[in-house]
Design a protein around this ligand. Structure first.
Ligand code: F6R
Length: 365
């Protein structure tokens, strides 16, 4: 049932404050802002040398964001790969180390094959899944559920942000267990995570502004998305979402890679979406943005209030996202990126919930 929405995708985008709230409440204790991960009691985080993460598509991008988090907060090195590559690579892995698989459906063939490879090698198998009775969940030693509820739209939206929510809580938990975060730091991070429902609700208020941009975006055949740090995987996700439902060719790049090739594409017709919260690397991203502007590229800057102020006149459009602490940014910035692809596709009249050639659950490789 789509309720009052035209598409499941719109409904699912708008459900995010609520389902992220359900999800985070399972992983934190609001009384003392601690992480509560009973599932993780089987895992000795202090003994881990590294974490292996494997997934496909949007779930893989959630894993890429998590790599930044686990490395920063838990000082735990992360190896992450696309499942279709991982499964045939015969990567050397250590028995007893943790392998984490991320999947909305829990049935993705390549992800499952990668899981079985790691299990065979004696790794501890953890999964972040949205369907608790799925094959990936059943074959895992430890399941970290997302509580997104059924996701009908083929393009993943609420499942993705719930995956990020679980992974953020897990990274903070691992940091506590490994002593790489002080209790005070961990509490601060948990407090931020507890605000995610409110932050994402504020981000939904960008809908009207983004809807007004859809006509302009729909006139292009190509678009670039740029970001650094955790905004790099978010740029990849923004590009994937746009191409899969509007069929506009879009590429996501680490902003620092711009001058290693893709800058050749920039001309007056090329929209460039720059994902850049005002953080420690903001200046670097802005300097990439200036390079785009100097070549006539049409910039859409997705940033917070401070970032908007500091951006100068380079950006043609500025989408000002609520000001949130760093760990919340990927989850909050996901919403404007989803809305960009949603409204563009609606404007173009494509089949938003059932894009051509795509299936919700990819059970064949
Ligand atoms: C993109 C999308 C896909 C899935 C991918 C993995 O919007 O939905 O890229 O993320 O097919 O699916 P799951 O998470 O079910 O393993």
């Amino acid at each position: 049932d789509k309720g009052n929405y035209k598409h499941f995708m719109a409904k699912e985008i708008h459900e995010q404050p609520e389902v992220i709230g359900h999800t985070i409440s399972r992983y934190i204790d609001l009384n003392d802002y601690s992480t509560v991960v009973p599932e993780a009691s089987a895992i000795d985080f202090t003994k881990l040398d590294r974490l292996v993460i494997t997934a496909c598509g949007t779930a893989y991008y959630a894993g890429l964001v998590a790599k930044y988090w686990f490395e920063k907060y838990a000082r735990l090195p992360v190896d992450i790969d696309i499942a279709s590559e991982f499964r045939y690579r015969e990567m050397p892995v250590k028995a007893g180390d943790l392998a984490l698989f991320i999947s909305q459906s829990g049935e993705t063939a390549d992800t499952l094959a990668s899981l079985r490879y790691c299990k065979d090698k004696g790794m501890v198998i953890g999964s972040v899944v949205n369907v608790p009775e799925s094959t990936i969940a059943r074959e895992s030693n430890v399941v970290f559920p997302t509580y997104a509820g059924p996701e009908i739209g083929v393009a993943s939206t609420k499942a993705f942000t719930c995956q990020l929510t679980v992974l953020a809580a897990l990274a903070v938990h691992a940091g506590r267990m490994r002593g790489t975060l002080s209790e005070a730091q961990a509490k601060g991070l948990v407090e931020t995570l507890s605000e995610l429902p409110s932050y994402t609700r504020q981000a939904l208020a960008l809908s009207d502004q983004i809807e007004e941009m859809a006509h302009w975006i729909s006139q292009t055949n190509h678009a670039l998305f740029l970001g650094r740090g955790t905004s790099f995987p978010m740029a990849l996700e923004g590009a994937l979402k746009l191409k899969e439902i509007s069929y506009i060719h879009a590429e996501g790049y680490a902003a620092g890679e711009l001058k290693h090739g893709p800058i050749a594409l920039i001309d007056e017709t090329m929209p460039v979406f720059v994902v850049a919260p005002h953080d420690s690397i903001y200046e670097k991203t802005v300097s990439n943005m200036q390079e785009v502007a100097a070549r006539g590229g049409r910039i859409v800057l997705i940033t917070n209030g401070k970032g908007a102020e500091a951006a100068g006149l380079e950006a043609h459009h500025i989408i000002t996202v609520p000001d949130v602490p760093e760990i919340a940014t990927p989850i909050v910035y996901a919403l404007p990126l989803q809305l960009i692809s949603y409204y563009t596709a609606v404007f173009m009249g494509t089949d938003v919930d059932q894009p051509r050639n795509l299936a919700k659950s990819v059970t064949v490789e």
